[in-house]
Design a protein around this ligand. Sequence first.
Ligand SMILES: Cc1cc2nc3c(=O)[nH]c(=O)nc-3n(C[C@H](O)[C@H](O)[C@H](O)COP(=O)(O)O)c2cc1C
Length: 254
Amino acid sequence: MLEEQLNLKAIIHSNRHFMKSDFGELDFESDQDKGLTQPPLTKKATAQGSIQLPTEYADVLKEANYFALLEARKSQRVYKQESLTLEQLAFLLWSTQGIKSTRGNQYATVRPVPSAGARHPFETYLAVFRVEGLAPGIYHYLPFEHALEFLHEVDDLEDEVSRSLCDQKWAAKGAVTFFYSAVPYRSEWRYSILSHRVMLMDAGHVMQNLYLSSVAIGCGTCAIAAFDQKVVDGLLGLDGEEEFVVYAAPVGVV
Ligand SMILES: Cc1cc2nc3c(=O)[nH]c(=O)nc-3n(C[C@H](O)[C@H](O)[C@H](O)COP(=O)(O)O)c2cc1C
């Protein structure tokens, strides 16, 4: 028992250290410093064919007053059993992880959310339940193409999504559940041992845009950090080492 407590103390100490910017006397060179090749800015498509997403959002915006959006933002865990249109989904994908421009020679992407060093270390996956024009299943967002690729069907999608999110049943009752994975080397390449702290900060910006954009289109969402890592990575087909889920959120009409 005492040993367990000591271990817990050690873990808390090291986790606190992870939150700090100060790595003391530790001297390190990042892979970028060493001149190693930069990893790709986004993950390449693996499926054949993709679904092009709309780029016009004027019709989906129900609330554009910024103050009203902030007033209305809250975590929504009850959703109507209504479908999202492809335009609504496209707007959510663009406003969280869409690409507005590229810096340098494929050096960095510029998106609606900030990211330390513009590394943007995330990929977006969707469990689609009710979106017009999309069959239910698991999809991956291709931000350069602003398209979706269909990855696979899942038997009992609702049960599997809820199981992956520690049996939070409401989290599989929206129109779509977003999953954000981290591809840590994108940020490690530049920031090495300092990257992990800022990657989780980056994730917060993505989620805040999902909250505000959901309100803007008459929907609601709720951030989820409680998930079963192995189950959720397995659901999306991620290896759990070079890529793993860090955040999730259902979106539904409210
Ligand atoms: C990082 C993070 C993780 C969260 N994880 C969960 C979760 O797993 N389950 C849940 O029901 N709510 C989760 N929430 C939602 C919070 O409970 C919610 O934001 C908080 O109660 C404040 O309510 P509000 O968002 O309506 O202002 C999470 C929120 C954040 C920011």
